[in-house]
Design a protein around this ligand. Structure first.
Ligand SMILES: *Cc1c(COP(=O)(O)O)cnc(C)c1O
Length: 364
């Protein structure tokens, strides 16, 4: 078996320990005589899987009791609709557009109500988090159902390191690509959600953490599909229909792994170390050009390019030849991106850095 160094943006690297555990349990799970893939979601064994996943997540993120945890399907993208359908009670929300995913979320929400773009980084090619003062001023007017942001911009490699001041207006955050990478104060948000395939498992599971009072008696819009009603999903403990059983099982294992690694503070320390290796190299480079402004840099996705497309292609091909995969950036930006999520080891990052130095020496 030979595994590459995987810097894919998602689906992305998983901890080897978890993959081995899944392999060893695949034919028979926990003395049940069957695979987790073959098991009804109404069995005691599966109930324990989903309950343990939620309990572990609550421990490692210190989620207050006033929040509900849901394990849904449809990816982060379905939540672009789920959020306005459930939360647009007055029909107006503010969006911070800092990349493709927040742009798509704003466009989707505009089908259901008034969307105001409160800040945007489009003019500078999404290379930074914009000034948040106007967001605070607009939120203070008090008529917005929520303020929405994408906390880590997977494609552009920028991240909110501070949140806008929104007073009593609920803050809604897509944390798909920075989930579990550092501690966050859940109480500052009304709703947080993450597709699992970046840091928390396989594609097909989305974790939604929502303050109970926001979901009230039901969705804001009567036309909300039953599946997307946070109220119904919370009441059914994410099992109003057949949930993604295997995905939830895998996410549960990742959460246990994260806890065994020392929890989010320990993972954050390791993640900062990994990011510093790459940003340090980019800052002193004469060949690589970093995309994100230093104050807005992501700890999850490091974006850069060379002076020409030909050099980018040469770099990507050379990486592949050295067992380094997934460094081609998103098709919308070009250049390179190294996604250094929780399961990407310091050793992998050092291997990439060594190749970058080699490339630099050959081309400066
Ligand atoms: C990957 C990603 C998405 C899209 O996720 P899907 O599961 O493909 O819908 C949305 N937001 C962010 C921040 C992402 O990284």
């Amino acid at each position: 078996m030979s595994r590459v160094y995987n810097f894919s943006a998602g689906p992305s690297a998983l901890p080897e320990r978890v993959l081995s555990e899944v392999q060893s349990e695949l034919l028979e799970y926990g003395g049940t005589g069957m695979s987790i893939l073959e098991m009804s979601h109404r069995t005691p064994a599966f109930s324990q899987v989903i309950e343990d996943a939620e309990a572990t997540l609550r421990r490692i993120m210190a989620i207050p009791d006033t929040y509900r945890v849901l394990f849904l399907q449809g990816g982060a993208t379905l939540q672009f609709a789920g959020i306005p359908l459930n939360l647009m009670r007055r029909g107006r929300a503010g969006y911070l557009v800092t990349g493709l995913f927040s742009c798509l979320a704003a466009e989707e929400a505009a089908k259901y109500g008034e969307v105001e773009v409160l800040a945007s980084s489009e003019k500078t090619g999404h290379d930074r988090i914009p000034d948040l003062a106007p967001v605070a001023a607009r939120a203070a007017e008090g008529d917005l159902d929520y303020v929405y942001l994408c906390q880590n911009n997977t494609i552009y490699g920028t991240q909110f390191h501070e949140l806008p001041e929104v007073g009593d207006v609920p803050l809604v955050a897509d944390v798909s690509s920075c989930f579990l990478m550092e501690p966050i104060d859940v109480a500052r948000y009304g709703l947080i959600y993450a597709g699992a395939q970046k840091n928390a498992g396989a594609a097909g599971t989305t974790v939604v953490i929502v303050r109970e009072d926001l979901i009230g008696d039901g969705p804001a819009l009567a036309a909300c599909p039953s599946y997307m009603s946070y109220r119904r999903q919370a009441d059914a403990r994410s099992m109003m229909n057949t949930p993604n059983t295997f995905g939830i099982y895998l996410t549960g294992k990742i959460l246990r792994w994260a806890e065994d690694e020392g929890g989010l503070a320990a993972l954050a320390a390791q993640n900062r170390k990994k990011a510093a290796v790459l940003y340090g190299l980019l800052d002193s480079s004469r060949v690589f050009i970093p995309h994100a402004e230093p104050a807005s840099r992501s700890i999850a996705n490091v974006t850069f390019r060379c002076a020409t497309k030909e050099l980018d292609e040469e770099f990507i091909a050379g990486a592949r030849a050295r067992g380094i995969e997934g460094v081609r950036a998103h098709r919308s930006t070009g250049g390179m991106r190294a996604s250094i999520y929780n399961a990407v080891t310091l050793e992998a990052v050092q291997a990439l850095a060594a190749y970058m130095r080699e490339f630099e020496d050959a081309h400066r």
